[in-house]
Each structure stands twice: as structure tokens, then as C-alpha cells.
Design a protein around this ligand. Structure first.
Ligand code: GTP
Ligand code: MG
Length: 318
């Protein structure tokens, strides 16, 4: 299939074309840049919802319930589950940790699991590009599930329009949330497993935190409770997602977040390209021979400048 054909099919909503394009993103296929350019004008309509929180807090179970409700409204859904533990999955196999299997036979739901390791260009970049492809293929909602632990997950979350932080009575110690740095990025708090004792205390603590926190764009993050396993409270979560979407669209915050995202995207591309250029120059180009001369005369900063300015002789590009 040629690149224009692939782009056409993807924009027509063809699931196999979408799967193939996302595989190109994961493989860091150089042709992905051209494909993204072709589908660019079709993207920008999907709402991206990030779901993060401690391991086992019920993120996937909650996503499954939210998807169920969106499908009831005939919305097309895409899901990217960033799996920090599994090795590269190839996107096809869903781990046991992704509890959305009942939707896997529904063509209106496209689910991919993405491994956190092995992404040279950065997990955030891969997630961002996959989101754009899902968007261009006509998905109305894109869910992005990550375990809220490391910096790379935080970066991933910055690609969302609305971020949901899921906690539980056991993991929900408010201090943990502050430590993980996810208090600032939360647009909606969900205390899941409300069937377990201690939920109301966690709700109180979170509300207290919200009260003392800074409001982002006139939005005070609601603190909701759910029992994701039974679906209790999930309607309220779906309503809060809509309400947040409308609020940030009206206040200009959505536009601001999208500009910030574009800025991060350009930066990531520069970093990836510069690293590749440096590798070529230092390992294969004439510069690599220079390095083997008198070591005391090598000025690393000067060499780096020359590489960044394109003054190093590089081997021909692929
Ligand atoms: N008691 C109770 N258990 C729940 C609830 N929601 C989910 N669980 C259970 O909690 C466990 C973890 O649920 P997941 O949805 O896989 O949690 P997760 O946050 O996606 O987990 P990771 O992706 O591994 O971080 C499962 O055994 C669920 O059945 C709930 O509301 N109450
Ligand atoms: Mg999960």
C-alpha cells in the first residue's frame, strides 16, 4: 500500500490502516512524518482524556465503563494503554491488566497497548502521534491510560485535554498524590473502590487539597466516587468529562493546551533528529576519525556545536 493510499484509508476509518499506521509510530518508521502530514487536516476533532493513578486503582475497569457509555451514544472510541511493565507488545495482544476485553470485538472501539520501554524517541511522542492518527481516523474520544508514577507518564498526560486521576481508599493517601506530582495535572478526581472502607476520608482529603490548590482556567476539579466494577458513579464521571471539555473550550484553555502540546511536539522532534545526526557524525562520519586523533585536543562543546550547525560531514541519509 502506498503512503497516500494508507492515508486515505485511515481517514476513511479503516481499522487495519489505522493499526498499520500505529505500528509505524511504534517502530519509529521514518515514513510516519509524511503520513502524519497527510492526515493532519483531518485531526483536531477528538477529545483526549487521560486516566492516571496508582497501579491497580481500577483505571482500566473505569475506562471500560466509560467506553460502554460512550458507545451507547454511538461515539467512536480509541484507547492507548501505556503499559509500564510489559515488554514490547506489538500492539496486538492485550495484557490481562487491560480490562477492556469486552470491547475488543466492537469495531467502534480501537484499543492498543503500548510499552513504556524501548521508545527512543520518547513515549510521549509515540503517544501523541498515535492520538493524532486515531483522531484523523474519526475517533470522537481517545482514552489514554497510564500508571501515574514516573516523569515519562507525566509527559504523556500532558497530551490530554482532560486528565482524570484515579485513587482508592487504600492507595488514596493525599500525600501520595502530591508526591507523585499529579495533583497539579488533575482535572477530575475519582475515588474508585468506594465499596471499600475509608473512601469518604479520601474524598474529604482531596477536597481539602483542591480547595487550597490553584484553580486552572476557572475550573475546580470535582472529587467523584465510583465502584467501577459495578458501574456505580460512572455516569457522573462521564458528565464531568463533558462539562470540563465545554468549560476549557469556552475559556480558551483548550487552545492553550493544544499550543503547549504542539510546542512539546516540535521540541521532541528536534531532540530525536539531533540525536540521530550526532550518532551519524560521531560513529560513521569524518568526525569519528577526528575523535581518534589527539584526545587532549578534542573540545566536546566545539564538536557538538558543529554537529548542531550542520558543519560535520555526515554519511548519506537513509
Ligand atoms: N472492590 C473493588 N475492586 C475494584 C473496583 N474497580 C476495580 N477493581 C479491581 O481492582 C483490580 C485492578 O483493576 P484494574 O482496572 O486492572 O486497575 P488498573 O488501575 O487499570 O491497574 P493497572 O493497569 O495494573 O495499574 C481488579 O481486580 C479489579 O477487579 C471497585 O470499584 N471495587
Ligand atoms: Mg490498567
Amino acid at each position: 500500500m502506498t503512503e497516500p493510499e494508507l492515508a486515505e484509508r485511515l481517514m476513511a476509518g479503516d481499522t487495519r490502516a489505522l493499526a498499520r499506521a500505529i505500528r509505524m509510530v511504534e517502530d519509529r518508521d521514518p515514513a510516519i512524518a509524511g503520513l502524519l502530514r497527510r492526515v493532519r487536516e483531518r485531526a483536531g476533532r477528538a477529545r483526549v482524556i487521560g486516566v492516571t493513578g496508582p497501579p491497580g486503582s481500577g483505571k482500566s475497569t473505569l475506562c471500560d465503563q466509560v467506553i460502554h457509555r460512550w458507545r451507547g451514544k454511538e461515539l467512536q472510541v480509541g484507547v492507548i494503554a501505556v503499559d509500564p511493565t510489559s515488554p514490547f507488545t506489538g500492539g496486538a495482544i492485550l495484557g490481562d491488566r487491560v480490562r477492556m476485553v469486552r470491547h475488543t470485538l466492537d469495531p467502534g472501539v480501537f484499543i492498543r497497548s503500548m510499552a513504556a520501554r524501548g521508545h527512543l524517541g520518547g513515549l510521549a511522542a509515540a503517544a501523541r502521534e498515535s492520538i493524532r492518527l486515531l483522531d484523523a481516523s474519526g475517533r470522537d474520544r481517545v482514552l489514554l491510560e497510564t500508571v501515574g508514577v514516573g516523569q515519562s507518564e507525566l509527559e504523556v498526560m500532558e497530551t490530554a485535554d482532560t486528565t482524570i486521576v484515579v485513587t482508592t481508599p487504600s492507595s488514596g493517601d493525599a500525600v501520595q498524590i502530591i508526591k507523585a506530582g499529579i495533583l497539579e495535572i488533575a482535572d477530575i478526581f475519582v475515588v474508585n473502590k468506594a465499596d471499600l472502607p475509608g473512601a469518604s476520608k479520601v474524598v474529604r482529603d482531596l477536597k481539602e487539597l483542591v480547595r487550597h490548590g490553584k484553580l486552572r482556567a476557572g475550573w475546580s476539579p470535582p472529587v467523584l466516587t465510583t465502584v467501577a466494577e459495578s458501574g456505580e458513579g460512572v455516569d457522573e464521571v462521564v458528565a464531568a468529562i463533558d462539562r470540563h471539555g465545554e468549560t476549557i473550550a469556552a475559556s480558551g484553555e483548550l487552545e492553550r493546551r493544544r499550543i503547549a502540546r504542539l510546542r512539546a511536539e516540535v521540541e521532541a522532534i528536534v531532540v530525536e533528529r539531533a540525536a540521530e545526526r550526532a550518532r551519524n557524525a560521531l560513529h560513521e562520519g569524518t568526525m569519528s576519525r577526528e575523535l581518534e586523533g589527539d584526545l587532549s585536543r578534542v573540545d566536546p562543546y566545539a564538536l557538538a556545536e558543529r554537529i548542531l550547525n550542520g558543519h560535520s560531514k555526515e554519511p548519506p541519509q537513509r
